[in-house]
Design a protein around this ligand. Structure first.
Ligand SMILES: Cc1cc2nc3c(=O)[nH]c(=O)nc-3n(C[C@H](O)[C@H](O)[C@H](O)COP(=O)(O)OP(=O)(O)OC[C@H]3O[C@@H](n4cnc5c(N)ncnc54)[C@H](O)[C@@H]3O)c2cc1C
Length: 470
Protein backbone atom coordinates (compact mmCIF):
# COMPACT_ATOMS: atom_id res chain seq x y z
CA UNK A 1 0.00 0.00 0.00
CA UNK A 2 1.26 3.49 -0.84
CA UNK A 3 0.96 6.21 1.80
CA UNK A 4 1.08 9.97 1.28
CA UNK A 5 3.62 10.42 4.10
CA UNK A 6 6.30 8.22 5.66
CA UNK A 7 5.75 9.78 9.09
CA UNK A 8 2.84 11.64 10.70
CA UNK A 9 3.41 13.38 14.04
CA UNK A 10 0.54 14.54 16.26
CA UNK A 11 1.58 17.28 18.69
CA UNK A 12 4.73 19.39 18.52
CA UNK A 13 6.00 19.55 22.08
CA UNK A 14 9.51 18.26 22.87
CA UNK A 15 8.54 14.70 21.83
CA UNK A 16 6.91 15.61 18.53
CA UNK A 17 9.63 18.11 17.64
CA UNK A 18 12.34 15.50 18.17
CA UNK A 19 10.55 12.93 15.99
CA UNK A 20 9.59 15.25 13.15
CA UNK A 21 12.88 17.15 12.84
CA UNK A 22 15.00 13.98 13.02
CA UNK A 23 12.78 12.07 10.59
CA UNK A 24 12.86 14.93 8.08
CA UNK A 25 16.66 15.17 8.37
CA UNK A 26 16.83 11.45 7.60
CA UNK A 27 15.08 12.12 4.31
CA UNK A 28 11.63 10.85 5.26
CA UNK A 29 8.48 12.66 4.12
CA UNK A 30 7.00 14.08 7.33
CA UNK A 31 3.73 15.82 8.18
CA UNK A 32 3.23 17.25 11.69
CA UNK A 33 -0.02 18.52 13.19
CA UNK A 34 -0.07 20.95 16.12
CA UNK A 35 -3.39 22.26 17.41
CA UNK A 36 -1.85 25.14 19.36
CA UNK A 37 1.74 26.40 19.30
CA UNK A 38 4.99 24.70 18.29
CA UNK A 39 7.03 23.86 21.36
CA UNK A 40 4.06 22.40 23.24
CA UNK A 41 3.61 22.81 26.94
CA UNK A 42 7.36 22.97 27.63
CA UNK A 43 8.10 25.99 25.47
CA UNK A 44 4.84 27.90 25.83
CA UNK A 45 3.35 27.22 29.26
CA UNK A 46 5.81 24.98 31.11
CA UNK A 47 9.57 24.62 31.55
CA UNK A 48 10.76 27.70 29.69
CA UNK A 49 8.42 30.45 31.00
CA UNK A 50 8.49 28.99 34.52
CA UNK A 51 12.30 29.07 34.61
CA UNK A 52 12.35 32.59 33.18
CA UNK A 53 10.01 33.78 35.95
CA UNK A 54 12.10 31.94 38.55
CA UNK A 55 15.24 33.65 37.25
CA UNK A 56 13.66 37.12 37.53
CA UNK A 57 12.46 36.23 41.03
CA UNK A 58 15.96 35.09 42.01
CA UNK A 59 17.50 38.35 40.80
CA UNK A 60 15.00 40.34 42.89
CA UNK A 61 15.54 38.10 45.91
CA UNK A 62 19.34 38.30 45.64
CA UNK A 63 19.23 42.09 45.32
CA UNK A 64 17.29 42.14 48.60
CA UNK A 65 20.12 40.12 50.19
CA UNK A 66 22.93 42.51 49.15
CA UNK A 67 23.85 42.87 52.80
CA UNK A 68 24.78 39.16 52.99
CA UNK A 69 27.56 39.85 50.48
CA UNK A 70 28.93 42.89 52.31
CA UNK A 71 27.17 45.30 49.94
CA UNK A 72 25.05 48.24 50.97
CA UNK A 73 21.43 47.35 51.48
CA UNK A 74 18.96 48.09 48.65
CA UNK A 75 15.20 47.82 48.62
CA UNK A 76 14.03 44.88 46.45
CA UNK A 77 13.49 46.18 42.88
CA UNK A 78 9.91 46.73 41.68
CA UNK A 79 8.50 44.23 39.20
CA UNK A 80 7.79 46.22 36.04
CA UNK A 81 7.15 44.06 32.96
CA UNK A 82 8.60 40.65 33.84
CA UNK A 83 5.70 38.68 32.33
CA UNK A 84 5.62 40.70 29.11
CA UNK A 85 9.39 40.26 28.71
CA UNK A 86 9.09 36.51 29.08
CA UNK A 87 6.33 36.50 26.45
CA UNK A 88 8.52 38.58 24.10
CA UNK A 89 11.34 36.08 24.49
CA UNK A 90 9.01 33.15 23.79
CA UNK A 91 7.76 34.90 20.62
CA UNK A 92 11.35 35.52 19.50
CA UNK A 93 12.33 31.88 20.11
CA UNK A 94 9.28 30.61 18.26
CA UNK A 95 9.58 32.90 15.24
CA UNK A 96 13.33 33.15 14.83
CA UNK A 97 14.70 29.89 16.21
CA UNK A 98 12.14 27.07 16.33
CA UNK A 99 10.45 27.60 12.96
CA UNK A 100 13.82 27.38 11.22
CA UNK A 101 14.10 23.75 12.34
CA UNK A 102 10.94 22.76 10.46
CA UNK A 103 11.88 23.73 6.90
CA UNK A 104 11.71 20.10 5.74
CA UNK A 105 8.50 19.23 7.65
CA UNK A 106 5.01 19.86 6.30
CA UNK A 107 3.31 21.71 9.15
CA UNK A 108 -0.42 21.79 9.87
CA UNK A 109 -0.58 24.50 12.52
CA UNK A 110 -3.60 25.77 14.46
CA UNK A 111 -6.10 24.10 12.15
CA UNK A 112 -7.70 21.91 14.78
CA UNK A 113 -6.88 18.66 16.52
CA UNK A 114 -5.80 15.59 14.60
CA UNK A 115 -7.88 12.43 14.99
CA UNK A 116 -7.61 8.90 13.64
CA UNK A 117 -9.91 7.67 10.89
CA UNK A 118 -8.13 4.29 10.92
CA UNK A 119 -4.62 3.06 11.79
CA UNK A 120 -3.08 4.71 8.73
CA UNK A 121 -5.42 7.66 8.12
CA UNK A 122 -5.62 10.94 10.04
CA UNK A 123 -8.03 13.82 9.86
CA UNK A 124 -7.56 17.51 10.73
CA UNK A 125 -10.57 19.70 10.07
CA UNK A 126 -11.76 18.77 6.58
CA UNK A 127 -8.38 17.36 5.46
CA UNK A 128 -7.50 13.66 5.59
CA UNK A 129 -4.15 12.06 4.79
CA UNK A 130 -2.41 8.71 5.14
CA UNK A 131 0.94 7.85 6.74
CA UNK A 132 2.98 4.65 7.03
CA UNK A 133 3.79 5.35 10.69
CA UNK A 134 2.26 7.76 13.19
CA UNK A 135 3.83 9.13 16.37
CA UNK A 136 1.34 10.34 18.97
CA UNK A 137 3.00 13.10 21.02
CA UNK A 138 0.00 14.89 22.52
CA UNK A 139 1.21 15.45 26.11
CA UNK A 140 -1.18 15.92 29.03
CA UNK A 141 -3.47 18.61 30.50
CA UNK A 142 -3.42 20.22 33.96
CA UNK A 143 -5.71 18.41 36.35
CA UNK A 144 -7.76 20.56 38.72
CA UNK A 145 -7.96 19.64 42.41
CA UNK A 146 -11.30 17.97 43.16
CA UNK A 147 -12.78 20.70 45.36
CA UNK A 148 -16.39 21.88 45.21
CA UNK A 149 -16.59 25.11 43.17
CA UNK A 150 -13.20 24.60 41.47
CA UNK A 151 -14.54 24.70 37.91
CA UNK A 152 -16.29 28.06 38.31
CA UNK A 153 -13.85 30.06 40.45
CA UNK A 154 -11.53 31.20 37.65
CA UNK A 155 -8.49 29.29 38.78
CA UNK A 156 -4.98 29.75 37.39
CA UNK A 157 -3.14 26.73 35.96
CA UNK A 158 0.09 26.64 33.99
CA UNK A 159 -2.11 27.16 30.90
CA UNK A 160 -2.93 30.79 31.82
CA UNK A 161 -0.44 31.65 34.59
CA UNK A 162 2.05 33.19 32.17
CA UNK A 163 -0.64 35.44 30.64
CA UNK A 164 -0.67 37.53 33.84
CA UNK A 165 0.24 41.20 33.37
CA UNK A 166 1.19 41.93 36.98
CA UNK A 167 2.18 40.03 40.08
CA UNK A 168 -0.94 39.19 42.11
CA UNK A 169 -1.23 40.70 45.61
CA UNK A 170 -1.77 37.27 47.09
CA UNK A 171 -1.84 33.72 45.77
CA UNK A 172 -3.08 30.41 47.12
CA UNK A 173 -1.07 27.57 45.56
CA UNK A 174 -2.85 24.23 45.80
CA UNK A 175 -0.34 21.37 45.53
CA UNK A 176 3.06 20.32 46.82
CA UNK A 177 4.88 18.95 43.79
CA UNK A 178 7.58 20.45 41.58
CA UNK A 179 5.39 22.97 39.75
CA UNK A 180 3.64 24.09 42.96
CA UNK A 181 6.99 24.58 44.73
CA UNK A 182 8.66 26.40 41.85
CA UNK A 183 5.77 28.79 41.29
CA UNK A 184 5.17 29.39 45.02
CA UNK A 185 8.78 30.47 45.48
CA UNK A 186 8.87 32.53 42.27
CA UNK A 187 5.71 34.49 43.04
CA UNK A 188 6.64 34.96 46.68
CA UNK A 189 10.04 36.36 45.65
CA UNK A 190 8.33 38.69 43.18
CA UNK A 191 6.44 40.26 46.09
CA UNK A 192 3.22 38.22 46.17
CA UNK A 193 1.94 36.88 49.50
CA UNK A 194 1.87 33.09 48.95
CA UNK A 195 -0.01 30.43 50.90
CA UNK A 196 0.55 26.81 49.87
CA UNK A 197 -2.24 24.41 50.75
CA UNK A 198 -1.68 20.68 50.35
CA UNK A 199 -3.27 17.36 51.23
CA UNK A 200 0.06 15.68 51.99
CA UNK A 201 2.41 16.04 54.92
CA UNK A 202 4.82 18.42 53.19
CA UNK A 203 6.57 19.54 50.04
CA UNK A 204 7.54 16.88 47.50
CA UNK A 205 6.70 14.11 49.93
CA UNK A 206 8.20 11.25 47.88
CA UNK A 207 11.67 12.75 47.67
CA UNK A 208 14.80 12.61 49.83
CA UNK A 209 13.85 13.68 53.39
CA UNK A 210 16.97 15.87 53.83
CA UNK A 211 16.21 17.67 50.56
CA UNK A 212 12.59 18.22 51.60
CA UNK A 213 13.62 19.54 55.03
CA UNK A 214 15.99 22.06 53.47
CA UNK A 215 13.35 23.21 50.99
CA UNK A 216 10.70 23.61 53.70
CA UNK A 217 13.09 25.53 55.92
CA UNK A 218 13.94 27.89 53.05
CA UNK A 219 10.25 28.43 52.23
CA UNK A 220 9.51 29.22 55.89
CA UNK A 221 12.48 31.62 56.10
CA UNK A 222 11.26 33.39 52.95
CA UNK A 223 7.79 33.82 54.43
CA UNK A 224 5.79 31.29 52.40
CA UNK A 225 2.90 29.99 54.49
CA UNK A 226 2.58 26.22 54.18
CA UNK A 227 -0.59 24.45 55.27
CA UNK A 228 -0.06 20.69 55.19
CA UNK A 229 -2.43 17.78 55.75
CA UNK A 230 -5.41 19.93 54.78
CA UNK A 231 -8.82 18.75 53.70
CA UNK A 232 -10.07 21.34 51.20
CA UNK A 233 -13.85 21.31 51.03
CA UNK A 234 -14.97 24.32 48.99
CA UNK A 235 -13.67 27.19 46.89
CA UNK A 236 -15.63 30.26 45.76
CA UNK A 237 -15.16 33.82 44.57
CA UNK A 238 -16.36 36.55 46.94
CA UNK A 239 -15.90 40.35 46.58
CA UNK A 240 -13.18 39.82 43.96
CA UNK A 241 -11.23 37.41 46.17
CA UNK A 242 -10.92 33.64 46.06
CA UNK A 243 -12.03 32.00 49.31
CA UNK A 244 -10.81 28.46 50.00
CA UNK A 245 -12.37 26.56 52.88
CA UNK A 246 -10.45 23.82 54.66
CA UNK A 247 -11.70 21.67 57.54
CA UNK A 248 -8.69 22.70 59.62
CA UNK A 249 -8.51 26.48 58.96
CA UNK A 250 -11.98 27.64 57.98
CA UNK A 251 -11.69 30.25 55.23
CA UNK A 252 -8.42 31.31 53.55
CA UNK A 253 -8.61 34.16 51.10
CA UNK A 254 -6.36 35.55 48.32
CA UNK A 255 -6.70 37.54 45.13
CA UNK A 256 -5.67 34.53 42.97
CA UNK A 257 -5.45 30.76 43.20
CA UNK A 258 -3.11 28.44 41.29
CA UNK A 259 -3.99 24.76 40.98
CA UNK A 260 -0.80 22.70 40.54
CA UNK A 261 -2.06 19.26 41.46
CA UNK A 262 -0.72 17.09 38.69
CA UNK A 263 -1.64 16.17 35.15
CA UNK A 264 -4.44 14.26 33.46
CA UNK A 265 -4.62 12.30 30.23
CA UNK A 266 -7.08 13.55 27.61
CA UNK A 267 -7.31 11.53 24.42
CA UNK A 268 -10.95 12.17 23.46
CA UNK A 269 -10.12 14.26 20.40
CA UNK A 270 -7.77 11.60 18.96
CA UNK A 271 -10.40 8.85 18.57
CA UNK A 272 -7.83 6.18 19.50
CA UNK A 273 -10.37 3.32 19.21
CA UNK A 274 -10.71 4.10 15.46
CA UNK A 275 -7.02 3.12 15.09
CA UNK A 276 -7.15 0.24 17.59
CA UNK A 277 -4.77 1.98 20.02
CA UNK A 278 -5.20 0.93 23.66
CA UNK A 279 -5.03 3.39 26.53
CA UNK A 280 -5.94 3.65 30.19
CA UNK A 281 -5.93 6.30 32.92
CA UNK A 282 -2.13 6.19 33.12
CA UNK A 283 -1.72 6.97 29.41
CA UNK A 284 -1.43 5.34 26.01
CA UNK A 285 -0.15 1.80 26.50
CA UNK A 286 3.28 1.22 24.94
CA UNK A 287 5.77 -1.66 24.92
CA UNK A 288 9.51 -1.35 25.57
CA UNK A 289 9.99 -0.03 22.00
CA UNK A 290 7.41 2.75 22.61
CA UNK A 291 5.07 1.01 20.16
CA UNK A 292 1.32 1.03 20.92
CA UNK A 293 -1.10 -1.86 20.44
CA UNK A 294 -0.95 -0.99 16.68
CA UNK A 295 2.45 -1.86 15.23
CA UNK A 296 2.68 1.25 13.05
CA UNK A 297 1.74 3.70 15.82
CA UNK A 298 4.07 4.93 18.58
CA UNK A 299 3.17 7.01 21.65
CA UNK A 300 5.94 9.25 22.89
CA UNK A 301 6.47 11.71 25.76
CA UNK A 302 4.06 12.62 28.55
CA UNK A 303 1.09 10.91 26.87
CA UNK A 304 2.42 7.41 27.63
CA UNK A 305 2.64 8.28 31.34
CA UNK A 306 6.20 7.02 31.79
CA UNK A 307 7.99 10.26 32.77
CA UNK A 308 6.49 13.73 32.62
CA UNK A 309 9.67 15.59 31.76
CA UNK A 310 10.78 17.37 28.60
CA UNK A 311 14.16 15.71 28.25
CA UNK A 312 12.52 12.27 28.63
CA UNK A 313 9.99 13.26 25.94
CA UNK A 314 12.76 14.31 23.51
CA UNK A 315 14.79 11.19 24.28
CA UNK A 316 11.79 8.92 23.76
CA UNK A 317 11.13 10.68 20.45
CA UNK A 318 14.63 9.80 19.27
CA UNK A 319 14.37 6.18 20.51
CA UNK A 320 10.91 5.62 18.98
CA UNK A 321 12.01 6.91 15.59
CA UNK A 322 15.16 4.77 15.65
CA UNK A 323 13.08 1.74 16.65
CA UNK A 324 10.77 2.44 13.71
CA UNK A 325 13.72 2.43 11.32
CA UNK A 326 16.08 -0.21 12.75
CA UNK A 327 15.86 -3.97 12.07
CA UNK A 328 14.64 -6.09 15.04
CA UNK A 329 18.04 -6.92 16.62
CA UNK A 330 19.04 -3.26 16.80
CA UNK A 331 15.95 -1.80 18.45
CA UNK A 332 16.25 -0.20 21.89
CA UNK A 333 14.34 -0.67 25.15
CA UNK A 334 13.57 2.89 26.30
CA UNK A 335 13.47 1.80 29.97
CA UNK A 336 17.24 1.23 29.86
CA UNK A 337 17.97 4.95 29.84
CA UNK A 338 18.03 6.74 33.19
CA UNK A 339 15.89 9.85 33.68
CA UNK A 340 17.49 12.51 35.88
CA UNK A 341 15.27 15.38 37.06
CA UNK A 342 15.58 18.77 38.68
CA UNK A 343 13.22 21.00 40.63
CA UNK A 344 14.37 24.55 40.00
CA UNK A 345 13.61 26.01 43.42
CA UNK A 346 16.30 27.48 45.63
CA UNK A 347 17.72 25.19 46.92
CA UNK A 348 17.56 23.35 43.61
CA UNK A 349 16.83 19.64 44.00
CA UNK A 350 18.04 17.04 41.51
CA UNK A 351 17.98 13.28 41.50
CA UNK A 352 18.85 10.27 39.37
CA UNK A 353 18.34 6.56 39.98
CA UNK A 354 16.00 4.68 42.29
CA UNK A 355 14.96 6.20 45.62
CA UNK A 356 16.59 4.79 48.77
CA UNK A 357 13.21 3.34 49.80
CA UNK A 358 12.95 1.40 46.51
CA UNK A 359 16.48 -0.01 46.93
CA UNK A 360 15.63 -1.12 50.47
CA UNK A 361 12.40 -2.75 49.27
CA UNK A 362 14.39 -4.67 46.65
CA UNK A 363 16.89 -5.67 49.37
CA UNK A 364 19.77 -3.96 47.54
CA UNK A 365 22.59 -3.17 49.98
CA UNK A 366 24.06 0.30 49.74
CA UNK A 367 25.95 2.92 51.68
CA UNK A 368 24.96 6.59 51.78
CA UNK A 369 27.79 9.09 51.15
CA UNK A 370 26.99 12.74 51.91
CA UNK A 371 29.15 15.82 51.38
CA UNK A 372 27.81 19.26 52.28
CA UNK A 373 28.16 22.80 50.94
CA UNK A 374 28.79 23.87 54.53
CA UNK A 375 32.12 21.98 54.45
CA UNK A 376 33.26 23.26 51.04
CA UNK A 377 35.42 26.38 51.15
CA UNK A 378 34.30 27.69 47.76
CA UNK A 379 30.62 27.44 48.72
CA UNK A 380 31.27 29.17 52.05
CA UNK A 381 33.32 31.99 50.55
CA UNK A 382 30.79 32.59 47.78
CA UNK A 383 27.91 32.55 50.28
CA UNK A 384 26.07 29.84 48.39
CA UNK A 385 23.94 28.64 51.26
CA UNK A 386 23.09 25.09 52.22
CA UNK A 387 23.12 22.04 50.03
CA UNK A 388 24.59 18.58 49.69
CA UNK A 389 25.54 15.72 47.39
CA UNK A 390 24.20 12.36 48.52
CA UNK A 391 25.23 9.21 46.65
CA UNK A 392 23.94 5.68 47.20
CA UNK A 393 26.84 3.31 46.48
CA UNK A 394 27.42 -0.43 46.80
CA UNK A 395 30.41 -1.70 48.77
CA UNK A 396 32.08 -2.53 45.42
CA UNK A 397 31.66 1.06 44.23
CA UNK A 398 28.60 0.70 42.00
CA UNK A 399 26.62 3.95 41.93
CA UNK A 400 22.89 3.29 42.33
CA UNK A 401 21.52 6.80 42.72
CA UNK A 402 22.41 10.39 43.58
CA UNK A 403 20.60 13.41 45.00
CA UNK A 404 22.17 16.84 44.62
CA UNK A 405 20.69 19.82 46.44
CA UNK A 406 21.70 23.47 46.21
CA UNK A 407 23.64 25.69 43.84
CA UNK A 408 24.49 23.98 40.54
CA UNK A 409 22.57 20.79 41.25
CA UNK A 410 20.80 20.76 37.86
CA UNK A 411 24.18 20.65 36.12
CA UNK A 412 25.90 18.38 38.62
CA UNK A 413 23.27 15.63 38.38
CA UNK A 414 24.13 14.96 34.72
CA UNK A 415 27.52 13.57 35.70
CA UNK A 416 25.84 11.14 38.10
CA UNK A 417 23.29 10.25 35.39
CA UNK A 418 26.14 9.27 33.07
CA UNK A 419 27.74 7.25 35.85
CA UNK A 420 24.51 5.36 36.66
CA UNK A 421 23.62 4.72 33.02
CA UNK A 422 27.10 3.63 31.92
CA UNK A 423 27.78 1.83 35.22
CA UNK A 424 30.84 3.94 35.87
CA UNK A 425 32.26 3.03 39.28
CA UNK A 426 32.81 5.59 41.99
CA UNK A 427 36.59 5.04 41.80
CA UNK A 428 36.47 6.46 38.28
CA UNK A 429 34.71 9.59 39.55
CA UNK A 430 37.47 9.97 42.10
CA UNK A 431 40.20 9.58 39.49
CA UNK A 432 38.62 12.17 37.17
CA UNK A 433 40.02 15.66 37.73
CA UNK A 434 37.25 18.19 38.24
CA UNK A 435 37.77 21.86 37.50
CA UNK A 436 38.16 23.84 40.74
CA UNK A 437 36.48 25.73 42.38
CA UNK A 438 33.26 24.48 40.76
CA UNK A 439 30.26 22.99 42.49
CA UNK A 440 30.75 19.70 40.62
CA UNK A 441 34.05 19.37 42.45
CA UNK A 442 31.75 18.20 45.26
CA UNK A 443 30.85 15.17 43.09
CA UNK A 444 34.51 14.17 43.16
CA UNK A 445 34.66 14.89 46.88
CA UNK A 446 31.78 12.46 47.45
CA UNK A 447 33.80 9.83 45.59
CA UNK A 448 36.87 10.63 47.71
CA UNK A 449 34.77 10.31 50.87
CA UNK A 450 33.63 6.85 49.77
CA UNK A 451 37.27 5.87 49.21
CA UNK A 452 38.35 7.29 52.59
CA UNK A 453 35.68 5.13 54.23
CA UNK A 454 37.20 2.09 52.50
CA UNK A 455 40.63 3.12 53.83
CA UNK A 456 39.31 2.77 57.38
CA UNK A 457 38.94 -0.99 56.98
CA UNK A 458 41.69 -2.78 58.88
CA UNK A 459 42.43 -5.02 55.86
CA UNK A 460 43.07 -2.05 53.52
CA UNK A 461 45.20 -0.36 56.20
CA UNK A 462 47.20 -3.54 56.64
CA UNK A 463 47.71 -3.76 52.85
CA UNK A 464 48.84 -0.13 52.67
CA UNK A 465 51.38 -0.60 55.44
CA UNK A 466 52.64 -3.77 53.76
CA UNK A 467 53.09 -2.14 50.33
CA UNK A 468 54.67 0.98 51.84
CA UNK A 469 57.35 -1.04 53.54
CA UNK A 470 58.18 -3.08 50.42
C1 LIG B 1 4.87 24.80 34.80
C2 LIG B 1 5.61 23.62 34.26
C3 LIG B 1 6.98 23.55 34.39
C4 LIG B 1 7.68 22.47 33.88
N1 LIG B 1 9.03 22.45 34.05
C5 LIG B 1 9.74 21.42 33.55
C6 LIG B 1 11.14 21.38 33.69
O1 LIG B 1 11.74 22.29 34.28
N2 LIG B 1 11.82 20.36 33.16
C7 LIG B 1 11.19 19.33 32.50
O2 LIG B 1 11.85 18.41 32.04
N3 LIG B 1 9.85 19.32 32.37
C8 LIG B 1 9.11 20.34 32.87
N4 LIG B 1 7.75 20.35 32.71
C9 LIG B 1 7.10 19.22 32.02
C10 LIG B 1 7.20 19.38 30.47
O3 LIG B 1 6.59 20.58 30.08
C11 LIG B 1 6.55 18.20 29.79
O4 LIG B 1 7.10 17.02 30.29
C12 LIG B 1 6.79 18.24 28.28
O5 LIG B 1 6.28 19.41 27.72
C13 LIG B 1 6.13 17.03 27.62
O6 LIG B 1 6.40 17.06 26.26
P1 LIG B 1 5.44 16.33 25.21
O7 LIG B 1 6.05 16.57 23.88
O8 LIG B 1 5.20 14.95 25.64
O9 LIG B 1 4.03 17.08 25.32
P2 LIG B 1 3.61 18.61 25.32
O10 LIG B 1 4.75 19.50 25.53
O11 LIG B 1 2.47 18.70 26.26
O12 LIG B 1 3.10 18.86 23.82
C14 LIG B 1 1.94 18.23 23.34
C15 LIG B 1 1.43 19.04 22.16
O13 LIG B 1 0.42 18.29 21.49
C16 LIG B 1 -0.59 19.18 21.06
N5 LIG B 1 -1.81 18.37 20.84
C17 LIG B 1 -2.53 17.70 21.76
N6 LIG B 1 -3.54 17.01 21.18
C18 LIG B 1 -3.44 17.27 19.85
C19 LIG B 1 -4.17 16.83 18.71
N7 LIG B 1 -5.18 15.94 18.81
N8 LIG B 1 -3.81 17.31 17.50
C20 LIG B 1 -2.76 18.17 17.35
N9 LIG B 1 -2.04 18.61 18.39
C21 LIG B 1 -2.34 18.15 19.64
C22 LIG B 1 -0.70 20.19 22.20
O14 LIG B 1 -1.28 21.40 21.72
C23 LIG B 1 0.76 20.35 22.60
O15 LIG B 1 1.37 21.43 21.92
C24 LIG B 1 7.01 21.42 33.21
C25 LIG B 1 5.63 21.48 33.07
C26 LIG B 1 4.93 22.56 33.58
C27 LIG B 1 3.44 22.60 33.42
Amino acid sequence: MKYEYDVAVIGLGPAGMAVSVMAAEMGLKVIAVEARDIGGECMNVGCIPSKAILRAAKVRHTAGRANDFGLSEIAPPQVVDTFQRVRNHLKFISEKKTMAMFKKVELVLRQGQASFVDAHTLKVGSRTFTAKRTFICVGTRPSLAAIEGMESVGVLTNDNLFDLETVPDSLIVIGSGAIACEMAQAFNRLGCKVTMVMRGKGLMWREDPDARDLLEKTFLDEGIRMLTDRNMTRIERRDGNVVLTTEQDGEISATHVLSATGRRMDFDSLDLPAAGVKFNQKGIVVNHLLRTSRRNIYAVGDCNGYAQLSHAAMHQGMIALMNAIMPPGMRMDFHKFVVPWTVFTEPMISHVGPRASALKESKVRFEEIVVRHEDYGAAIAENLGSGFVKVLVSSAGRIHAATVVGEGSGEMINEWALAVQKRIRIHDMMMLQHSFPTMSFLNKRAAETWMMNRMRSSFVRWLCRLFYKM
